[in-house]
Design a protein around this ligand. Structure first.
Ligand code: NAG
Ligand code: NAG
Ligand code: NAG
Ligand code: NAG
Ligand code: NAG
Length: 539
């Protein structure tokens, strides 16, 4: 009479003879993290009325038998994740009646067949699936589709547009290529044009083309990752209007160029912007101050609430979604799982940005990580940088920043990683608080010849004055060295000519002839040049 068997999360090994025929017909089998393997449990063959089957993490290291698909054809909830199961998905999969299928972290191969019409959640991540995506997914109610970490190739088919309920799509770490086509316009109903997608990742593929215009139809998008592909072109101005819910935008390691459009700062919820490793030029728009996602510190509870309820209705999807989310901060790729919702990050590193770092940046007080390294920023570090009280990782290295390091920097009590190396900074390094506790102190400031004071061995008081920055520089030092150089050059040149003439008679004669005829001309030009040079010095 047994109907339910729940033995999960024990260390129980279920060892039965492969020919055992159970006396019961179970409705619910939940054996998560028990020991069933390494052979596929044959007794499941006789369990043909199961509604819910969970044999995840049960050490099965075997090929999936054909009978399994028949036996499991009426299972609504099917979880075999985290085993070493090999074999292919059956072409008859569309006749199954599952709503949730979790096959992730196995070694299933072959292409993805047409899906069951009832399917809502499908996780096939971390397998060895190949081939293109199906031209017809066949699961109109699909809400979650995870296919990351496989070897799926080919282009993104427009059949994706038919998945009107899809909220989370993760195709990262595959071999997808080509550009992403827009949804066909001749779809049946005309006011159903918007997609429901909330979380979307195409990260680590080989996709190309411009920023996909398909995304104009995705107004609910909160999380978008196009990183590590071959996308190019400018960031579209419509991004602010059409993707108004966006909180996380990662475009890292592509070939995007052009300016950061002002419209991007219309994304008020934006709390995570990573444009690193592109060819973006221009300056940081001052309107970045409009991104309240970066300007308003919320405590973790508020943020958690915001994501799991109310504001972001799909936030729990996001938490669920980001189980394998790494962030480059504090100089390392760090794994952020659900905690990613607390991460506030601005990373514009490795681009061609220039101009001054706008003072507005110090209004982004929610930032935990700020990376502007490897650009062409010049001018001073904003005086108020110390207002970024949450910042844990701050990297301004490899720019052309000058002037002194603002003393407010020592107010950053959360700071654990700082890099100001390879700029043109000068003067005394501020001291105090957190600055004294940072690792590799000398390497924070390396490549700034004008800096002095601890932790460097350059003694400030032994220098006449802090070396002035570009902005309030005084020109007389430069002029003195110019004249010194000119003077020594002149003397050297004169000696060379003199010696030559001493030994070459013919040259001497023709030189004096030439001199006679050019004398007047030279005299006039020297006079003009000299007076204009004096004009410059006095002016
Ligand atoms: C898988 O099962 C083993 C025990 O067999 C357990 O130690 C481990 O934590 C489980 N892993 C997961 C991800 O549940
Ligand atoms: C990516 O696509 C380009 C053409 O678009 C191709 O030349 C290149 O070999 C592909 N790279 C990989 C890793 O598939
Ligand atoms: C800043 O970005 C650069 C390039 O993306 C990276 O190498 C560096 O480690 C980052 N700095 C920090 C402190 O994370
Ligand atoms: C800062 O960056 C430079 C160059 O990328 C690196 O050599 C140095 O070690 C970094 N310093 C710290 C403290 O991370
Ligand atoms: C710095 O120079 C001053 C005088 O010029 C001297 O008194 C002091 O000991 C020096 N400090 C260091 C660390 O060399």
């Amino acid at each position: 009479m047994l109907e339910e068997l729940r033995l999960s999360d024990n260390s129980i090994a279920i060892t039965v003879s492969p020919t055992w025929v159970p006396p019961f017909s179970l409705g619910i089998i939940v054996l998560r993290s028990c020991q069933l393997g390494p052979k596929f449990p044959m007794w499941l063959r006789w369990q043909t009325h199961v509604m819910s089957l969970d044999i995840s993490n049960t050490s099965i290291n075997d090929i999936i038998p054909d009978w399994f698909w028949t036996a499991a054809s009426s299972v609504a909830f099917l979880n075999i994740r985290n085993n070493q199961i090999t074999g292919f998905l059956p072409s008859t999969m569309e006749f199954m009646r599952a709503e949730v299928m979790d096959f992730s972290s196995n070694q299933l191969g072959g292409p993805i067949p047409k899906l069951p019409i009832t399917l809502i959640d499908l996780d096939l991540s971390r397998n060895n699936l190949v081939g293109p995506l199906p031209l017809d997914f066949g699961a109109p109610g699909l809400e979650k589709l995870f296919l990351y970490n496989n070897m799926i190739s080919g282009a993104i088919p427009s059949s994706l547009c038919k998945l009107r309920s899809l909220r989370s799509l993760d195709l990262s770490r595959n071999n997808l290529n080509g550009s992403i086509a827009d949804c066909p316009v001749n779809e049946s109903s005309s006011n159903m044009t918007d997609l429901s997608i909330v979380n979307l990742s195409f990260r680590n593929n080989n996709l190309s083309g411009e920023f996909p215009s398909l995304l104009q139809k995705c107004p609910r998008l909160i999380f978008l990752d196009l990183g590590h592909n071959q996308f190019s072109g400018a960031l579209p101005a419509w991004i602010g209007e059409k993707l108004s819910s966006l909180s996380f935008l990662r475009l890292r390691s592509n070939m995007f160029y052009g300016h950061i459009p002002d419209e991007l700062t219309e994304l008020v919820n934006l709390q995570y912007l990573d444009l690193g490793y592109n060819n973006i030029s221009g300056s940081i728009p001052r309107s970045i101050i409009n991104c309240t996602g970066m300007t308003q510190t919320r405590d973790n509870d508020d943020l958690g609430d915001a994501f799991t309820s109310g504001v972001y209705s799909a936030g729990s999807d996001l938490v669920d979604y980001t189980e394998n989310f790494t962030v480059l901060t504090k100089g390392q790729e760090r794994l952020y799982t659900g905690e990613i919702i607390y991460m506030v990050n601005l990373d514009l590193s490795c681009n061609n940005l220039m101009g001054e770092i706008p003072g507005e940046i110090s209004a982004l007080v929610a930032l935990k990580s700020l990376n502007l390294s490897w650009n062409n920023f010049n001018g001073n570090i904003p005086e108020n940088i110390g207002a970024l009280m949450q910042v844990e990782s701050l990297d301004l290295s490899h720019n052309d920043l000058s002037g002194e390091i603002p003393s407010s920097l020592s107010a950053l009590t959360s700071l654990s990683r700082l890099n100001l190396s390879y700029n043109n900074l000068g003067g005394k390094i501020p001291t105090g608080n957190q600055l004294q506790t940072l690792e590799d102190p000398a390497y924070i400031y390396i490549g700034n010849p004008g800096l002095c004071g601890p932790p460097l061995s350059v003694n400030c008081s032994s220098q006449p004055e802090p070396i002035p920055g570009e902005n309030h520089g005084d020109a007389s030092d430069d002029l003195v060295s110019l004249f010194l150089a000119m003077g020594s050059g002149y003397v050297m040149g004169l000696w060379l000519v003199f010696c030559t003439f001493l030994f070459k008679r013919r040259w001497r004669v023709s030189w004096y002839l030439l001199c006679d005829s050019l004398y007047d001309w030279v005299y006039v030009h020297v006079a003009i040049t000299w007076s204009s040079l004096r004009g410059k010095i006095n002016g």
